[in-house]
Write a protein that binds this ligand. Structure first.
Ligand code: PLP
Length: 360
């Protein structure tokens, strides 16, 4: 988290000339309608956000065809992740059971950080050679543990951008024993192209209570700074998790912007098109340079650099481009956020210069 704070201090405003391709933010910026909704809401900033929270819950429930009590808002999906971990750990400990978090490695690490804060052991299962989740090994890890296993499964995965096919994942979740709980983080679901992906919401509709899905307005809707995320789960799960969420979370500005974004279909199209155009620019360059990349299903791409990641990161920074950090245990691969197409053209130009220098 610390590097992000440093980057912010160094000025991330437009015109700073630095390309922020390191945190999977959306360079497109928010929907114009969302911006206007925030401006329009300034006058009611002195009021609590109950009404706007309820409306957002209603709209999300409608979007997914669920009851309102299957939705819980979060101060970014990070808060939802924290609430799910805390409530599951609390439940296990109340039942005098031991509990572990099981995660693929590498993956997004917030579940891990929150588990560690509660002294919950974290078991890491390396990705397969082609960057897939090793579902058999994940299960084996739980079988060897007598207590409760919480699985954090990010789909598509960060940093690899790869998808776990619904067929395999759902088959496993459906027949899982009672001491397994699945947190499916779908922060990048709106970008997915791979038809093998299906949202875990399907399982929730089918009545499964061993699964919670988290989603966010930070990525596709470019609202990272306004902190709006949500969880979808069976109402019994929502009730347990809500005890650990901050009361009145989601401020009015975030809520009205989220509501406007959901309605703005033109923005959604633009967000998708822009990401796809950027993905193509980068993929074409990587192919040209003979650098491997994992299938990209998010607003980022994981690609080979044939060298030390930290050195590469520093060299990119010297050229005004911030790229993702190293994701051990994978070496020599970089996570690159897909910014605007013109930003990616600038990136490609620098990458090609690196090739001329023999750096990639
Ligand atoms: N989940 C994944 C996979 C992420 O990559 C991120 C942020 O980068 C988050 C969750 C947290 O996002 P937010 O709290 O902004 O919703």
């Amino acid at each position: 988290i610390a590097p992000r704070l440093i980057a912010k201090k160094k000025g991330r405003g437009s015109g700073s000339g630095i390309l922020h391709l390191n945190f999977n933010e959306n360079s497109l910026g928010m929907s114009e309608k969302a911006k206007q909704a925030i401006i329009n809401s300034i006058g009611i900033g002195s009021r609590y956000p109950d009404e706007h929270r309820s409306e957002l819950i209603r709209q999300l429930a409608e979007k997914y065809n669920l009851e309102d009590n299957f939705v819980s808002l979060g101060n970014g999906s990070s808060e939802n992740i924290r609430g799910i971990i805390q409530s599951q750990v609390f439940k296990a400990r109340q039942a005098k059971q031991t509990v572990q978090l099981v995660v693929p490695d590498p993956t997004f690490n917030y579940a891990e950080l929150y588990a560690q804060a509660m002294n919950v052991p974290v078991t890491k299962v390396p990705l397969t050679k082609d960057f897939r989740f090793d579902l058999a090994k994940l299960q084996e890890t739980a079988e060897q543990f007598s207590g409760v296993s919480i699985f954090y499964l990010c789909n598509p995965n960060n940093p690899t951008s790869t998808v776990t096919p619904a067929k395999e994942l759902f088959r496993w979740i459906k027949k899982a024993p009672e001491n397994y709980f699945f947190l499916l983080d779908e922060a990048y679901a709106e970008y997915v192209q791979d038809p093998a992906f299906e949202s875990g919401v399907k399982l929730i509709k089918q009545g499964f209570k061993n699964v919670a899905v988290t989603r966010t307005f930070s990525k596709f809707y470019a609202m990272a700074g306004y902190r709006v995320g949500y969880m979808l789960a069976n109402s019994d799960v929502v009730e347990e998790v809500d005890k650990f969420m901050s009361i009145d979370n989601i401020n009015i500005a975030g809520a009205v912007a989220a509501l406007a974004s959901l309605k703005d279909k033109t923005f959604s199209q633009l967000s998708l098109q822009s990401n796809e155009a950027s993905r193509k620019i980068v993929q074409n360059a990587l192919r040209e340079l003979g650098l491997k990349f994992a299938p990209s299903n998010g607003n980022f791409i994981f690609h080979e650099i044939k060298g030390d990641v930290q050195t590469y990161q520093e060299r990119m920074k010297e050229n005004g481009i911030l790229v993702g950090r190293e994701f051990l245990p994978i070496q020599s691969w970089s996570r690159l956020t897909l910014g605007m197409p013109e930003e990616m053209q600038r990136f490609v130009k620098v990458l090609k210069e690196f090739r001329q220098n023999g750096w990639v």
